[in-house]
Design a protein around this ligand. Structure first.
Ligand code: PMP
Length: 429
């Protein structure tokens, strides 16, 4: 019998259980965290019935909204039939999903390796690149995050997420995307090493919402072509309409050789995929299997997700709401001296805050996020200095909710210069 039955609604008591039983690396947001119990559309509810606008979607996952009835129905139907077989048996859901993805992705991305997480999809993409080119070196960019497994973490540049002291030395970091010398540096690396692939995020998510500059990606693709190097898009965060297009890379006019997707593909059910051309996939003929890859329940969820996105035109919505949001944020927040930059694309938006030195800024942002949570708004936090307020809500969010978010940020920024307390969205509910 366990000594504690974890039935409490009290955050303090739950944090004690967490301290006792969960590895300390698993950190959580907020000094005084809500205990999240339920979600609906763009909202989350805690065990005390307080409502929060979910402005981070569980890190870009819940694009089709919490408790989406269409997705739940598809999953329930599948669970009643079959939960798991693994890929040693033939079953329908994974194969139906492969046909569906081939329809919605650019033409030469029609061959898939399914797995369960973004890290695993990136690991698979890197492996395929090595098998296809016979090369072992890779280029990624400063500020990147590609995952937690050995190669995916070696591809990651953000110090906070490079935990392993023994990472692979075959990964070379090019300067940040915004550095005017970035592509020259990439070219030098391509000359100096036999590079299998360049891996990039079209918009760096955890790096602080940095959009690739105009024309950057097509120049990168041309460079890669000159050196027989493959281009891998990590669209784990940007994929499935987050930025207004199904793939952010397509919005930048480029089809990469390999694309990885995860997060929003399952809307909460674990599924990820590495997509490439049938020709390139030929390089990986030795057995490869992921126990949960193409799991029937997750694949059914993903099929329902794709239907929902299509039916409700979530890509167009993300584009429209996103450009409106950037304008409103500029209008209402640019007067604050602590707001250094507002940037993003679609519903992937960052508000960079700077107030004094790095630690002072980080402490200030901690307080802003705490105040916003108390007002009923849960935001993300990204950037190497953990100083970018990050807005990636479910794509089903109402414009009026986004307006109330911007108003709340404005009030909280004002209040941070005075002693005013922002009103909570729960006062009237
Ligand atoms: N790539 C990117 C761009 C990500 O944002 C993440 C997770 N935040 C990953 C890869 C890793 O995904 P996962 O946690 O599903 O392994």
């Amino acid at each position: 019998m366990p000594t504690t039955l974890c039935t409490t609604n009290d955050a303090e008591a739950l944090i004690q259980v967490k301290k006792q039983h969960i590895w300390p690396c698993v950190y959580h947001f907020y000094r005084d965290p809500p205990v999240i119990a339920r979600g609906e559309g763009a909202h989350l509810f805690d065990t005390n019935g307080h409502r929060f606008l979910d402005c981070y979607s569980g890190v870009g996952v819940m694009s089709a909204g919490h408790s989406n009835p269409k997705i739940i129905e598809a999953v329930r139907e599948q669970m009643e039939q079959l939960c798991h077989t693994t890929t040693i048996y033939i079953s329908q859901p994974m194969l139906r999903l492969s046909e569906r993805l081939a329809e919605v992705l650019p033409e030469n991305l029609d061959s898939f390796f399914f797995c369960a997480s973004g890290s695993e999809a990136n690991e698979s993409a890197l492996l395929l690149a090595t098998l296809a080119t016979g090369r072992k070196d890779f280029i990624t960019f400063e500020n990147s995050l590609h995952g937690r497994t050995k190669a995916a973490m070696s591809a990651t540049s953000l110090p906070m997420w490079r935990t392993d002291p023994e990472l692979l030395d075959s990964f070379h970091m090019a300067p940040p995307l915004a550095d005017p010398n970035c592509l020259d540096a990439v070219q030098r690396l391509l000359q100096d090493y036999e590079i299998a692939a360049v891996m990039y995020e079209p918009i760096q998510g955890n790096g602080g919402i940095h959009v690739m500059p105009e024309g950057f990606l097509s120049r990168l693709k041309t460079l890669c072509g000159q050196y027989g190097t493959l281009l891998i898009a990590d669209e784990v965060q940007t994929g499935i309409n987050r930025t207004g297009k199904f793939l952010a890379s397509s919005g930048m006019g480029v089809t990469p050789d390999i694309v990885t997707l995860a997060k929003a593909l399952g809307n909460g059910f674990p599924i990820a995929v590495a997509a490439t051309s049938s020709q390139l996939a030929e390089a990986y003929r030795k057995p490869g299997a992921s126990t949960y890859g193409g799991n029937p329940v997750s694949a059914s969820a993903a099929l329902a997700v794709l239907d929902y996105h299509m039916e409700h035109q979530l890509g167009d919505l993300a584009q429209q709401l996103g450009s409106w949001l950037l304008d409103v944020l500029q209008e209402q927040l640019s007067r604050f001296s602590v707001v250094k930059e507002i940037r993003g694309r679609g519903l992937m938006v960052g508000v960079e805050i700077v107030r004094g030195a790095e630690q002072q800024t980080a402490d200030y942002v901690t307080q802003l996020l705490e105040d916003l949570k108390d007002a009923g708004f849960l935001l993300g936090r990204t950037g190497p200095g953990r100083n970018v307020l990050t807005i990636m809500p479910p794509l089903v969010i109402e414009q009026s909710d986004l307006q109330s978010l911007v108003d709340a940020i404005e009030i909280v920024l004002d209040a941070s210069n005075s002693m005013k307390v922002p009103p909570s969205i729960n006062q009237n509910s």
